[in-house]
Write a new protein. Structure first.
Length: 113
């Protein structure tokens, strides 16, 4: 499975961004897909995940502000991020789980005025 993430950038506090993650390869074997992030000096953390059946879960820090969704026809998972805060600044990584864990390249999100 190959993952291509996009959509990061610079946004002001309170703004919105949408990240995309396009999957290719053995997509039929994907069980769950998710978004992680890693801020400078911190460990990588799971922030949102969606199963093949569409069930979702979120980290408490983003609940109510971020929404993960998937377009099966495009083999793409999205992360809609609203009400962004400076503490959301991080490199965001797309992840897919089959029998192993697959990672996309990171995309930088910077929330700053």
């Amino acid at each position: 499975v190959q993952l291509q993430a996009s959509g990061g950038g610079l946004v002001q506090p309170g703004g919105s961004l949408r990240l995309s993650c396009a999957a290719s390869g053995s997509i039929f074997s994907i069980r769950t897909m998710g978004w992680y992030r890693q801020a400078p000096g911190k460990q990588r953390e799971l922030i949102a995940r969606i199963t093949s059946g569409g069930a979702t879960n979120y980290a408490d820090s983003v609940k109510g502000r971020f929404t993960i969704s998937r377009d099966n026809a495009k083999n793409t998972v999205y992360l809609q991020m609203n009400s962004l805060k400076p503490e959301d600044t991080a490199v965001y990584y797309c992840n897919a789980v089959t029998t192993t864990s697959h990672w996309g390249q990171g995309t930088l999100v910077t929330v700053s005025s």
